[in-house]
Ligand binder design. Sequence first.
Ligand SMILES: [Fe+2]
Ligand SMILES: [Fe+2]
Length: 360
Amino acid sequence: MSHVMVSPIEDARDANAKAVHSDMLAPRFYTTDFAALDKLDVSPVRAEWDVMMAEYEGDNNHDHFQRDAAFADEVAAGMATLSPEMRQEFLDFLVSSLTSEFSGCILYNEIRKNVSNPDIKQLMTYLARDESRHAGFINLSLRDFGLGIDLGNLKQAKKVTFFKPKYIYYATYLSEKIGYARYITIFRQLEKHPEKRFHPIFRWFERWCNDEYRHGESFALLMRAHPHLLQGGNRLWIRFFLLAVYATMYVRDHKRPMLHESMGLDSTTYDFEVFRITTEITQQVFPIALDTDHPAFRAGLKRLFDIDVDMEAAKARGGLVGKLQQGWHAVRAFGTFARLYFMPVIEQDVSREVRLAPRW
Ligand SMILES: [Fe+2]
Ligand SMILES: [Fe+2]
């Protein structure tokens, strides 16, 4: 298997720099048009909305994100078994997970502060509450290594990308649901193979991912309350975001092959399982799904990863030749992405009820 070094995290400065860094694959921070969000109207889905709000209000996870007595011992025992390379992949995983949790926290909090629509304000309060718990919990584990992220500084220093509200709905919905699918797949695997659980944080994943699942439900309801978001030309945007989210995840995961191997998972098998679960879930909103099991689709993703490896080599080479090579690899990546985009999609009947119980 081709192997790519993730840039090493030696100290807190590296960890903070990694979190602030922006590139195609790194989690981003977003802002949007708050006035448009203020106009959202949930009355078409009011009954389901109120049930969901009562669940947030009931907050069955208020005591979940605290470490138990066994945590420190498990960290010490598990870390002693990791090779230096594997330790790097795990730290990279923690930093990028924390960055994406915190990205959600900041976006939801900004929306909360900038809208007066009571439904949206209330929802964003709950979402920001949950994401801040998630980010804080990961940060505790980074601090065990002396690598805590300064969240105040991260908020100041990281570049913020503007997204139109509808892009926020598609992208956020997908990242919440794919987050659920990723965490639950790891949790189920380690439930079967507890001897492979090299860090205690994975014991938290089941209840954690139920938060992500519910966050996704909220965006599903918002989109179903505004059906034009799911029809006509917007189908092309849905297709775009499905592919962008899947392709980014595939390339990023294949940069950390050892992390999955150590859990007894293979990055490719893991990713396609996550896509399969995500596709099943998206039936609650999206009229189309990507044919992720099609051999040409799989080959295209693999090609995107191979191009990324070439791109990294060109960057490392530097100079004029390195620059020219980077340009060429960007063209190749664009062509591959476009071919994947135009592959036939699967039409799916959207479920009658929006909400879907997590059963994976
Ligand atoms: Fe989260
Ligand atoms: Fe979330």
